[in-house]
Design a protein around this ligand. Structure first.
Ligand code: SF4
Length: 531
């Protein structure tokens, strides 16, 4: 908890839990391919990194706390030889920040060896962990991902069939997950039945002969990854998304797909991928994340126009919507903030003096560009509000005549249980204040958020068919309180404030539902979060 409080004080933003990668490519340097794939996914997690390699006879893992480059030397990668690999970068929400919680998790039960990389959060692992402990299975961490690893190992050893072990585990666990897994010979990729966390399949280029794309003998290999930007970096071509509830097995026998658990009639993909988490050069649902963000800016300009001289974006994710807002409104787009890309990634513990510098450690205003101007400032979200307070102050000190804040997502009112670090509801400023109260708190001349309907209108392929049937939909729970996966009371009840009634603590619910009226303002926020 101490680590989390420290992190929150430094960093007022939502965080993805992880990025996963997997490759099956005999004859290729799978460890280095994974290393480069993880480099492309580094934005999804900076706490730890790991690679597991299968060589036909065994599985080797190297993992540690730190960025990819801090964890892997050239010699480390050279020592990881094999035909297939999985990799992981982590920003932990479930489980402590420790070596043991770093992934891939390795499980060895008798002769069954597996290594698993997980993006997401499982909401019902407490009881499953207790049951496994009763069966004599020990744990190294309190991570939900380790529970999934041990469950798969346990069922595989019982059934003598790894795909069956995965399938039985998928039947038991609830939550958001995209997982890659290897044993000595095969790579597996599977995704929860709502498809909350992303996972894509790519093909490494073959030797030049024409071949069936679904047969690896005609391909130099296969890649699975959280985002298409990780396919691009290793030269793999996007084939398709892993389907909700699907298990994909890739080995010398070919690429085999089976439905592990039945998919939901409508998927519930995390809409925050397009808002903030994913890289703008990734493609999701057939539309680039950049194009989605640009459209959000256009929609925001239609919903919340304002008279101003220049539109600026808060780097990085606020830049495409700022361009869209400028396009739609006719107000010129300009650079107003320069980001120091390396400060946020440091592992040096912040001192009180550094904390006091706050947002200045990450962003610096371009005074010549903004002095005397009425600014529209676009950012992806407001979580606790502490960063925006400092940002508005900094822009005013740099000479901005007016600061109009526009947010290209709706208000974050509800905590996330599917892999995003939004902490408890009491930490979310929008659960505690009205929009006007937030405007006053951050010191802006005006403030507006994109509507839920407006955001959904910018999403790719909404309502269209998915390959396995059903239609594409989106999770909007952090805006609406409508949770697509039931949250066990033991996992979530204490994370909600009195007076809030989330939809679907136990049963599936219909989307969408209006945002619940906010709690009356009691002024405790200033006391807890004063800047
Ligand atoms: S609650 Fe929000 S952040 Fe979490 S999965 Fe749903 S849309 Fe994404």
């Amino acid at each position: 908890m101490e680590q989390k409080a420290e992190r929150a004080a430094m960093d007022d933003a939502l965080h993805e839990e992880c990025g996963v990668f997997g490759v099956w490519a005999p004859g290729r340097d799978v460890a280095r391919l994974t290393y480069f794939g993880l480099k492309a996914l580094q934005h999804r997690g900076q706490e730890s990194a790991g690679i597991a390699v299968g060589d036909g006879g065994t599985v080797m893992v190297r993992k540690d706390l730190g960025l990819i480059d801090q964890v892997f030397s050239d010699a480390d990668l050279s020592a990881l030889t094999g035909q297939l690999a999985v990799g992981h970068v982590r920003y932990g929400t479930a489980g402590a920040k420790s070596w043991e919680a770093a992934q891939p998790h390795l499980s060895t039960i008798n002769d069954v060896i597996i290594a698993l990389a997980h993006n997401g959060t499982l909401v019902n692992t407490d009881e499953l962990r207790r049951q496994l402990i009763d069966l004599g299975i020990s744990f190294l961490s309190n991570s939900d991902s380790e529970v999934a690893t041990r469950l798969i190992g346990y069922f595989t050893q019982r059934t003598r069939h790894l795909r069956e072990g995965i399938r039985k585990t998928m039947e038991l666990v609830r939550g958001g997950y995209a997982m890659t897994l290897i044993n000595e010979q095969a790579l597996y990729a599977f995704r929860d039945p709502h498809g909350i966390r992303p996972l894509v399949l790519g093909r490494l280029p073959h030797d030049g002969s024409d071949g069936d794309v679904l047969h690896p003998t005609h391909s130099a290999g296969w890649v699975v990854a959280s985002e298409t930007c990780a396919l691009d970096i290793v030269g793999a071509e996007y084939v398709r998304d892993i389907r909700p509830g699907e298990i994909l097995r890739i080995s010398a026998e070919g690429l085999v797909s089976e439905q592990g658990v039945a998919p939901e009639p409508e998927s519930a993909e995390c809409i925050f991928e397009q808002v903030y988490f994913a890289r703008p050069d990734s493609i999701m649902g057939g539309k680039s994340v950049y194009a989605c963000r640009y459209d959000m800016g256009r929609q925001l300009a239609r919903e919340a126009p304002v008279e101003a001289d220049m539109v600026i974006g808060v780097p990085d994710s606020g830049l495409p919507p700022a361009e869209g807002y400028a396009h739609e409104s006719g107000i010129p787009f300009g650079e107003g903030l320069i980001k120091n890309r390396y400060v946020a990634r440091t592992f040096i513990q912040p001192t009180q003096e550094l904390r006091a510098m706050g947002v200045r450690m990450k962003l610096n205003p371009l005074r010549d560009n903004i002095a005397g101007k009425r600014l529209v400032v676009i950012d992806d979200s407001i979580v606790r509000g502490t960063t925006m307070v400092q940002l508005v102050k900094m822009l005013r000190q740099a000479g901005a005549a007016e600061v109009h804040v526009r947010i290209n997502s709706p208000e974050v009112v509800w905590p996330c249980f599917y892999g995003i670090d939004t902490d408890v509801q009491a930490q979310l400023i929008s659960a505690n204040k009205t929009v006007e109260e937030i405007r006053a708190y951050i010191g802006a001349d005006s403030l507006a958020f994109l509507s839920v309907e407006g955001l959904l209108a910018c999403m790719p392929a909404i309502g269209e068919g998915l390959p396995a049937g059903g239609v594409r939909g989106y999770c909007t729970a952090c805006f609406t309180g409508v949770y697509p996966v039931a949250i066990p009371a033991s996992f979530g009840r204490d994370k909600f404030m009195p007076g809030y009634d989330p939809c679907n603590m136990t049963e599936p619910a219909a989307l969408p539902r209006d945002v619940v009226a906010k709690k009356e303002h009691d002024h405790s926020w200033e006391a807890a979060h004063g800047v």
